[in-house]
Write a protein that binds this ligand. Structure first.
Ligand SMILES: [Zn+2]
Ligand SMILES: [Zn+2]
Length: 87
């Protein structure tokens, strides 16, 4: 399974714009779709998918590759202290 990585806004590779427009109101379908994916939340860590971070599309969920391969159980329960691993 290959991880997907969203190009950051305004990213240019070999003179080709591959990232969405920096202007959030550009109205391009591709840009809107990329921004929408970047703003989705990872069900494991609860953070947004973001740009330039590898993630997998599993079913209709987007999950960070790191969260998928190494899920930290404490992330699922916010009542537990985050520094549990240091206890
Ligand atoms: Zn655009
Ligand atoms: Zn995550």
């Amino acid at each position: 399974m290959a991880a997907i990585r969203l190009p950051h806004p305004g990213k240019i590779v070999r003179r080709e714009e591959i990232g969405p427009c920096v202007d959030e109101d550009c109205g391009h379908t591709d840009c809107i779709q990329t921004r929408r994916m970047a703003n989705r939340h990872c069900p494991v860590c609860g953070l947004i998918i973001g740009y330039e971070i590898p993630f997998y599309g599993i079913g209709d969920q987007l999950i960070h590759a790191a969260c998928y391969t190494d899920p930290k159980p404490y992330r699922f329960d916010s009542r537990l202290p985050v520094n549990l691993s240091q206890a």
